[in-house]
Design a protein around this ligand. Structure first.
Ligand SMILES: O=C(O)c1ccccc1NCC(=O)[C@H](O)[C@H](O)COP(=O)(O)O
Length: 214
């Protein structure tokens, strides 16, 4: 079965067009103001309108409050809410119940214990996403840092929910990552950019071609 791809951090029509043309199943819009990929709800709504049926629009949030979620959901038709902060399992369940939209919880991984803790989210969300934990002591973003984690940590783990692999993926390491983890869905951002926050349509197309060939 082909690996499904989410291209995260879309903020321009040319990147969106490359993602759709290359067969991405998910496109991610970042609603986190510190991110170089941040999109205002107005631009996000315009981009979302260009997404064809069959491609799911994911809104990425970091510890959003109700005001934030309502502001975005009031104008942007999202298919999935991605929670990429320090949300507790209770908060994830609350967001899921409140908006009637699928919720994907990002779990930041550096060691086996992080995956042990992920079990608590398995019943609270619709999907899990495993991403590298941001390095301590630097002003890193909570995600989208182009860093990988030790993929062998996922070996032998089973999850009740569907899950995606992310963190430092690119066309050069995708095959190894999928082989090591058994992932059937992957998420990429930095690995298809030519500079922070700027997706390169050729890199997007190249990544999707690699995924399609797996
Ligand atoms: O992309 C961001 O700027 C971002 C900001 C805050 C939280 C999460 C963020 N991104 C997450 C993602 O783009 C993906 O879900 C994933 O982490 C892949 O990122 P990358 O390692 O850059 O491929």
């Amino acid at each position: 079965m082909p690996v499904q791809v989410k291209i995260c951090g879309i903020n321009r029509p040319d990147a969106l067009a490359a993602a759709v043309a290359g067969g991405a199943r998910y496109v991610g819009l970042v609603f986190y103001e510190r991110s170089p990929r941040h999109v205002a709800p107005e631009l996000a709504a315009e981009l979302a309108r260009q997404v064809p049926t069959g491609v799911r629009v994911v809104g990425l949030f970091v510890d959003p409050d109700e005001l934030m979620l309502e502001r975005v959901l009031g104008s942007v038709p999202l298919d999935l809410i991605q929670l990429h902060g320090e949300e507790t399992p209770e908060r994830v369940a609350e967001v899921r119940a409140a908006y009637g939209i699928e919720v994907m919880k990002a779990v930041k991984v550096a060691e086996a214990a992080d995956l042990d803790r992920a079990a608590a989210y398995d019943g609270a969300c619709d999907r899990l996403l495993f991403d590298a934990k941001a390095p301590k002591g630097v002003a890193a973003l909570p995600g989208g840092n182009g860093l990988s984690f030790d993929w062998t940590l996922l070996a032998g783990r089973t999850w009740a929910r569907p899950w995606m692999l992310s963190g430092g993926l690119n066309a050069g390491n995708l095959a190894d990552a999928v082989r090591a983890t058994g992932a059937t869905a992957v998420d990429v951002s930095s690995g298809v950019e030519d500079r922070p926050g700027h997706k390169d349509p050729a890199l997007v197309a190249g990544f999707l071609a690699c995924a399609a060939a797996l």
